[in-house]
Design a protein around this ligand. Structure first.
Ligand SMILES: [Zn+2]
Length: 456
């Protein structure tokens, strides 16, 4: 409630719909999907000052207003009751290993996942791949009209085959451990459980739902990028079920664009004692180049370059003939990528006789916090309020497949997956309670994302 304006009549547009609006107190507005239309509310408060205050608030009804608190809580309660079933489903997925580079293992997992999706009511299509693992497209609510909502996830993990012997799936102290529990098999469970919860609560989705589960996100999404972009193009929004940020479970509304450069230096070998003057030291040359490259970092724009691997030479008494460096690239803004690539391309050798070769560049555009992304987050935050989730947002340095969807201008919300820690490490786990909580949020999003989000 606003502060008492001492008798002034306030008429204006509310940027944040009031609780009363969101909860849809009036009977006619409690139907699941009325058409968006302006709502006018008035309420009166009597304050200690003795004045009578009237506030008239006009707000445009967003689709979130079409969900009343009772429906939202019915979904949340249903999912809470299903917590152990969700953990069991997570166990089924984690116990089938799926390293990014092992096609037989990935395809085995894709078959298991296709079965889980069919049981949840999907029409499943397998996108067969020659070298990469097969991708799984699961379509739900196909008879619903309108542009679909795309759910994006990956089922590959960074762990080698056999890791389960050292990292078995286990649930203890309300936490579930195991390879890929957090990143991101729990995200898959959350997506399918959200869809099932809508059915159980008889709440219609706002749009058809397309789930895309890919096999190669952890190694750059080379085989899946075109499919991700094709499906995203047709969608009203993309929900990415990567892990939430931090223990607070923040959603991700920005991610840096990422790339990699391979710098190779060719020199000339010679005996370090007999004829060093006839050699060209490739390690010396690459050291000089690395010092130049360090200057490509730009704290003002958030662009970073990191020489993460360096190799070269054979023996200490040999002038090294070759050296190599792998360099990680990141930018916050799309416009900063090409100038950095151009600076690498313009590198010239420092030592006479040395040659340098530059390969690679940016492979994921940044996910920028556009007005559409901000609008989708604001929508999610209002839904979170309905079920007692206080949602915050953050930007992160790592990329995901959300970078591709956001770069196409599709409103994208990332980090909708489980809350936990230790991704890509032996300590990976999720908080069990976060599974039903996040699934409730995803279900509410599926029930309410409008075809066009209002500008913030
Ligand atoms: Zn991931």
């Amino acid at each position: 409630m606003a502060d008492c304006p001492k008798g002034r009549l306030i008429i204006g547009k509310s940027s944040e719909p009031s609780k009363e609006v969101r909860l849809g107190k009036r009977g006619a507005e409690n139907s699941a999907h009325p058409l968006p239309r302006p709502a006018i509310l008035a309420w009166i408060c009597v304050r200690a000052c003795g004045g009578l205050c009237y506030q008239v608030s006009m707000t445009t009804r967003s689709a979130s207003t079409t969900l009343d608190a009772a429906a939202a809580n019915a979904i949340a309660r249903h999912l809470k009751r299903n917590r152990s079933a969700m953990l069991a489903a997570l166990g089924r997925l984690v116990r089938v290993e799926s390293p990014s580079t092992d096609k037989p293992a990935l395809d085995r997992f894709a078959r298991l996942l296709a079965g889980e999706c069919r049981r949840a009511g999907a029409k499943v299509q397998i996108s067969r791949q020659k070298k990469a693992g097969d991708h799984v497209v699961a379509r739900f609510f196909s008879s619903t009209r309108g542009r679909p909502i795309l759910i994006v996830g990956h089922y590959d993990t960074v762990y080698p085959l056999g890791i389960l012997a050292r990292m078995p799936f286990r649930v203890r102290d309300s936490r579930a451990w195991g390879p890929g529990t957090l990143d991101m098999k729990s995200g898959i469970v959350i997506a399918l459980s959200a869809i099932q919860a809508l059915r159980a609560a008889r709440i219609p989705p706002a749009a058809p739902v397309v789930c895309l589960f890919t096999s190669d996100e952890e190694i750059g999404s080379h085989s899946s990028r075109a499919l991700i972009e094709r499906l995203a193009h047709r969608s009203r929004a993309a929900l990415v079920l990567e892990p939430a940020a931090g223990r607070e479970g923040k959603l991700k509304t920005a991610r840096k664009g990422t790339g990699e450069i391979e710098l190779t230096v060719h020199g000339k070998s010679a005996h370090a004692g007999l004829n060093p003057q006839e050699g060209v030291n490739a390690i010396h040359e690459i050291a000089l180049q690395i010092e130049r490259i360090r200057g490509f970092n730009d704290p003002a724009t958030g662009a970073t370059v990191n020489v993460g691997v360096i190799e070269g030479g054979t023996r200490s008494n040999v002038i090294p003939e070759s050296a190599r460096a792998s360099i990680d690239l990141r930018v916050v803004r799309a416009e900063d990528a090409a100038p950095i690539e151009a600076r690498f391309a313009a590198l010239k050798p420092c030592l006479p006789g040395a040659q340098i070769e530059v390969r690679g560049g940016f492979s994921r555009p940044p996910m920028e916090r556009t007005p559409q992304v901000a609008a989708l987050f604001a929508h999610a935050r209002r839904l979170g309020d309905l079920v007692g989730l206080l949602l915050e947002e953050t930007g992160v340095g790592g990329g995901s497949d959300g970078n591709f969807t956001a770069a196409l201008g599709v409103p994208t919300l990332d980090g909708l997956g489980a809350v936990g820690t230790g991704a890509h490490s032996p300590e990976e786990f999720v908080f069990a309670d976060s599974l039903p909580e996040r699934a409730a949020l995803v279900a509410l999003l599926l029930a309410s994302i409008p075809d066009t989000l209002p500008a913030q």
